[in-house]
Design a protein around this ligand. Structure first.
Ligand code: NAI
Ligand code: MG
Length: 351
């Protein structure tokens, strides 16, 4: 069996982590009796600087029909972030209706949390982030540019369908995991979209009577991601809140360099996209020290999605095994000064 994978390394360390992770994914796939046929797309900021756009006009069509997309990161210090993000990543999420973004945060054995008193296995949560609308909807505008009375309007969009899709995915996960779901909103202050959201959680929740639902406002949830991260299991949140909470989840479990994500088209009509949570990290680019494990773990989620769960589990346990080994190479974000290559070489040995 061969799967058709679109590879978009993108910018900065995105290039480095995708190049490093690829042979690891190939080795795990070969072990499990399948292979990955990649087509690589050199889209991103370099293309923008040369040709004026992050991807070609028919970019979305060229990705259509693939089994999955593996993306590195986008973002360049010389280009405004809203240009890079809206030129490549957001269009893929939206045009392929990748309405559910799943982001696990696990404190692995052998990894130090910046929080006192937490050890391996103590934190194991997953955030379901609404991924195609909410606060990231492309609705708004700027008027009277340059005048004192210049105005910007940015509207959030909450649809019943979009909300229900992510909420249902979260309830399904809660059923398979610990039976607990935390619903994060700010419905005291945002009384339209977020109250619709709460209504949908209540309605869908009736179909899942065994799942206990906890409600938190996002400010309190931010505090509790630091104060009691061990008590979260499945968390569901809007696009913006989910984005913020998952950086918090990544750092309390040790590093941005360990956090994977899946952008899932639930119906399976379009390809889903897998990518590390982190960005292009211009502060460390070119040094050969980017942690490739977030991308490897994103590959494990990609394997699960393809129905190759055994290979996914093997990948994840090789990562867990490496992190638990005090003598194994680690990148500086995990406190040791090994390089990206040393980490993936060691990982291939463990596979
Ligand atoms: P960032 O995630 O790129 O970096 C934040 C910090 O984490 C930096 O100190 C960086 O060195 C460190 N870090 C991130 N990934 C790492 C890894 N694999 N190994 C070791 N250390 C790692 O976020 P930042 O600095 O806010 O954004 C940089 C650029 O990336 C911006 O242009 C931004 O728009 C873009 N960005 C893109 C994302 C994406 O493509 N999904 C997500 C977040 C930011
Ligand atoms: Mg983010």
């Amino acid at each position: 069996m061969a799967y058709d994978i679109a590879l978009i390394p993108g910018d900065g360390i995105g290039q480095e982590v995708v190049a490093a992770a690829r042979p690891v994914l190939d080795a795990a796939a070969a072990d499990a009796g399948f292979s990955l046929d990649y087509e690589r797309f050199d889209w991103g900021s370099e293309r923008y600087l040369d040709e004026g756009s992050m991807m070609p006009d028919d970019g979305i069509d060229r990705l259509r029909g693939r089994d999955a997309i593996l993306l590195g990161a986008v973002g360049h210090p010389d280009i405004p972030d809203h240009v890079t993000l809206r030129g490549l990543m957001l269009p893929i999420r939206k045009r392929f209706n990748q309405q559910v973004c799943e982001r696990p945060a696990v404190l692995y054995d052998g990894v130090e949390s910046p929080l006192r008193g937490y050890g391996g296995g103590d934190i194991d949560l997953v955030v379901f982030r609404e991924n195609t609308e909410g606060e990231y909807a492309d609705v708004g505008g700027r008027e009277h540019r340059g005048f004192d009375h210049e105005v910007a309007i940015q509207s959030a969009v909450f649809t019943r369908q979009g909300t229900e899709d992510v909420v249902r995915a979260a309830f399904e996960a809660a059923t398979e995991r610990g039976g607990k779901l935390t619903n994060v909103t700010k419905s005291n202050a945002q009384a339209y979209g977020m109250v619709l959201w709460d209504d949908v959680v209540a309605e869908v929740g009736e179909e899942y009577p065994d799942v206990e639902v906890e409600r938190l406002l996002v400010d309190a949830a931010s505090m509790d991601f630091v104060r009691r991260p061990d008590e979260f299991d499945v968390v569901v949140a809007s696009n913006l809140f989910g984005d913020i909470l998952t950086d918090l989840g990544a750092i309390v479990t040790g590093s941005m360099g360990l956090a994977p994500s899946a952008n899932v088209n639930v119906e399976g009509d379009y390809p889903s996209m897998f990518e590390p949570v982190h960005g292009s990290a211009p502060d460390i680019v070119g040094q050969g020290v980017a942690n490739p494990l977030a991308t490897v773990l994103s590959g494990a989620m990609l394997f699960d999605h393809l129905g190759e769960g055994v290979a996914g589990e093997r990948l994840e346990s090789a990562v867990a095994d490496q992190l638990a080994d005090a003598d194994a190479p680690r990148t500086p974000d995990l406190g040791v000064d090994a390089g990206t290559e040393a980490v993936v070489d060691d990982l291939r040995g463990r596979l």
